[in-house]
Design a protein around this ligand. Structure first.
Ligand code: ABU
Length: 504
């Protein structure tokens, strides 16, 4: 049986009668398309992407038409569409994909995602997700232990990404201080303010906007030269806010900042939070994975004193997107804050222990199963496997730093060993090397990284991100979180930047 035989469509697949063989044939062909893609992804000779502009995709390319029709397409056409969807996408598991904090293609994680999609269930109750809800409690317990919390006192939930996890942290912080907000809303509150470093993630401001706190009430605390929050500045900002009649309620510390990979001094921040009775949330979306490394976990010393933590296994741990947890040190708060007791889902008189109906702790109703792929990967690697992978990223970052340091047409943003797997740098084309430091040179330098990246994307040879930051004009941010990357790929990237940039 072959789906290529004309006329086969959805109507010939299960659950329709006598369709077992065709269903098998169709799914095996989909699997073959994916296998081909996976093989290509890991081959450095493959382009990372075949770039097209949005209007080209909208207009349609070579038989790849994104428009939807009123009539069913054949199974054969669906297979072509699957192939084309991958063809025009970005191979984020490619050894030379350095663009995002989340990258790589973990085969076991992928298998987990397939299984999850096949099960197609919802995380709100044990009733319909018995295995997954229990798995979630086991994973959360593991994470509390790694942070240094006792399992009986802590609570948590997997959420759709780090921004939402940070939103939860701030939401629960506010609820803890002002439980009446749940019923009475913002009118019962004074002007509350929270603090985050100037290198903290933008999701903190977004959460403040969503929660009705307002972005003006997010106070940005100055950082040191490496992008770490300065505790004395935090203390100063808290006292200043109080003097102005504002009411501080929360500090968001960052463990692994997005651009510089900086770790805020958590013990010093915890001391200040204790003195002023403020909730301490740690955004360890990026850096949380480092807790699994005995060599590097000390960078997060003090995280055990946090009231809540965001930790994204889809970043450093390489779990397929998405997989993010919000962890709260005080049990019961998450549910008290969000519970609405929808009678049609959370009946108290079910046949099992309804503590496993975790859905009323969340701000969503339907919730995707994000835990199975993490659980399966943990089974496959063990904690030691994650540790080895993460230690290798740290070694690669040091290697990259050492190579760049020796090159006089590259300049590191920080002339010191990397704190994390982020390494920030500029490339100077020969013509810029003779322009003295200052405005004129900065104006030219600002244009270099975007031009190099644009060419890289058009040629599909590598992907790396860039950004300006404060008084620093556009610089590249190299980051290691891709298990396929080897030293040779790092050397390649440097040569590629030189090749594309030397005449700019
Ligand atoms: N904070 C979201 C991830 C940003 C990045 O991948 O560069």
């Amino acid at each position: 049986m072959d789906v290529k035989e004309c006329g086969y469509s959805l109507a010939n697949l299960l659950p329709f009668k006598d369709s077992k063989d065709l269903t098998k044939c169709f799914l095996l062909q989909v699997a073959n398309i994916l296998l081909h893609y996976i093989k290509k992804t890991f081959d450095v000779k493959t382009k990372i992407l075949d770039f097209h502009h949005p209007h080209q995709l909208l207009e349609g390319l070579d038989g790849f038409n994104l428009e939807l029709s009123d009539h069913p397409e054949s199974l054969e056409q669906l297979l072509v569409d699957c192939t084309d969807t991958l063809k025009y996408g970005v191979k984020t598991g490619h050894p030379r994909f350095f663009n995002q904090l989340s990258s790589g293609l973990d085969v076991v994680g992928l298998a987990g995602e397939w299984l999850t999609a096949t099960a197609n269930t919802n995380m709100f109750t044990y009733e319909i997700a018995p295995v997954f809800t229990v798995m979630e409690t086991i994973l959360l317990k593991k994470m509390y232990e790694i942070i240094g919390w006792g399992e009986t006192e802590a609570d948590g939930i997997f959420a759709p990404g780090g921004s939402i996890s940070n939103l939860y942290g701030i939401l629960v912080a506010r609820y803890k201080q002002y439980p009446e907000i749940k019923r009475q809303g913002m009118t019962v509150l004074p002007c509350i303010v929270l603090f985050v470093s100037e290198q903290g993630h933008y999701s903190v401001k977004k959460a403040a906007a969503i929660l009705g706190i307002g972005t003006d009430n997010v106070i940005e605390v100055k950082c040191d030269e490496r992008g770490r929050m300065i505790p004395a500045e935090l203390e100063k900002n808290i006292l200043e806010a109080k003097r102005k009649g504002q009411t501080p309620f929360c500090v968001v510390a960052t463990a692994g900042s997005t651009v510089f990979g900086a770790f805020d001094p958590l013990h010093a921040i915890a001391d200040i939070c204790e003195t002023h009775r403020l909730w301490m949330h740690v955004d360890a979306a990026w850096g949380g994975g480092l807790l699994l490394s005995r060599n590097y976990s000390s960078k997060l010393n003090g995280i055990e004193r946090a009231n809540s933590v965001t930790w994204n296994p889809h970043k450093l741990m390489g779990v397929p997107l998405q997989c993010s947890a919000i962890l709260i040190r005080e049990k019961g708060l998450l549910e008290a804050c969000n519970q609405m007791r929808a009678g049609y889902l959370f009946q108290p008189d079910k046949l099992y222990n309804v503590d496993f109906d975790t859905g009323d702790k969340t701000i969503q109703c339907g919730r995707h199963v994000d835990v199975f792929k993490l659980w399966l990967m943990w089974k496959a690697k063990g904690t030691c496997g994650f540790e080895a992978q993460i230690d290798r990223y740290m070694e690669l970052a040091k290697y990259f730093y050492k190579v760049l340091k020796k090159k006089d047409n590259f300049k590191l943003v920080f002339d010191a060993e990397p704190e994390f797997t982020n390494v920030c740098f500029w490339y100077f084309p020969p013509r810029l090397k003779h322009i003295p430091k200052g405005c004129e040179r900065d104006q030219e330098l600002q244009k270099i990284a975007p031009k190099i990246k644009a060419q890289m994307i058009e040629e599909g040879t590598a992907m790396i991100s860039y950004q300006p930051c404060g008084d620093k004009v556009n610089f590249f941010r190299m980051v290691f979180s891709n298990p396929a990357t080897r030293r040779a790929d790092v050397d390649y990237l440097i040569d590629e930047i030189e090749r594309l940039g030397k005449d700019l």
